[in-house]
Design a protein around this ligand. Sequence first.
Ligand code: OOG
Ligand code: NI
Length: 486
Amino acid sequence: MSVNAHVDPSRLRREFSSRLSAMYAGEVPLYGQLIDVVREVNREVIRARPELGLRESDVLEISEERHGAIRLGREDEMTMMARFFAVLGMQPVNTYDLSAAGAKAQPVLSTAFRPVSLAEIEVSPFRVFCSLLRPDDERFFDDPRLRDRTKATLARREIFTPRLRELIATFEEEGGLTRAEADTFLDEGLRLFGWSSRATDRALYDELLARQLTIAADIACFPNPHLNHLTPNTLDIDALQARMQRVLETDFPHLRAEMKDHIEGPPPRSVTVLLRQTSYKALTETVRFDGAIEGTHTARFGEIEQRGVALTPEGRRRYDDAVAEVETIRAEGREPTADELATAFAALPDDLDGLRREGLGHFVYEVADHAAAARAAERGDDLEQLVAAGRVTARPIRYEDFLPVSAAGIFASNLRQAGARNEGESPHSQAELEAILERSVIDGPAHYAAQEARSLLAVHEELGLALAPGRRDELARIAAATPEID
Ligand code: OOG
Ligand code: NI
């Protein structure tokens, strides 16, 4: 590589996520322990289930972080953050309006910055869930004086250094960063999300907590958007949840830490769909307010996730109905039994082919054996016959996004509050977020559908398979929905 060649953004994203991981484990010893347990459980799953086709030598990579989360206080911070993440090949996907999350609502509007093409995801799927505080939302900030104080405190901070702004501009002008620039960018990026134990304005902090606006305190009373969690990947989240609970009790009793009381997302099944998550709850850490007053803050935690197949809109509708049923049971103050979970999720078949044939999950189709597939197609086999015979493969598309109900549950349990008040309809919208980001927000569901449609069109084309004209037009329309990415 010549001295001035640009570093590939996906490679930079990979380096960034691994350096964030080392930093966070250095800041929070319990997080380092979580990573060890994640690797241990993953190693056991790889040994016990050879049918997964995974190698033990890949356990570190399999266990790597899949996402992190940060929270911002000002619109211009969000604008700059979108430019920051673009350097790492991460685009905003989906709008999550957590202010509309019912009893667990929070006064934030969020998106996730993530890679979008399958090739980039393959290099590093790392994403960052990024929330922006909405202090002008009067459903939460009903006291104008408190709102103004929060905004005034936020107005005084500057989270991006001049050097970091310069590097972002260089990336935009030059189309990339050299190795030396990239190294400085990573150093600056780590500082941006690091933990300093410094806080500001004790009085404001206390008042925000008293008003159930813990999230606002976590943002406004700190000098920078410290990472509030990182999330490695597990192959068996149920085993992980149980193992971590034991580790907390036996090795870390002094921390009084505990796991969340339930795993967010679907129940255990043979085929994981969407996203399952759990976490150890936020630890109480010592902070110093304005360089003088000692205090504590409880916000940073460690999470674990297990990802499965992306669902189609019909699959998602069935999933949402099932979750609603489960939440009704939780609203009675108890955890649903295994039978109740199974009944709630019965409308979603628990096998890949069932999900595919019923149009409930998204898949990418590929011709596996070109010569044999061409012969079979010539004989008149259709797509289903080719898939059944293994001439064409249907690979499930992994869900790369987040789930609003799970996210709200995660916020609530880690902020130690049920949620904030949220009477009335949400005034927030994707258009509002796009205006702040100064770019459009990619629609996750439309993107999965486009990936599938493009693969279907390519397979039909290659093999000369018949497609009803209506169906071809429909696929072409779906494929064009996210034209700028694969
Ligand atoms: C983000 C919570 C959302 C997830 O995994 O759903 C999230 C936050 O606590 O700031 O990370
Ligand atoms: Ni998370």
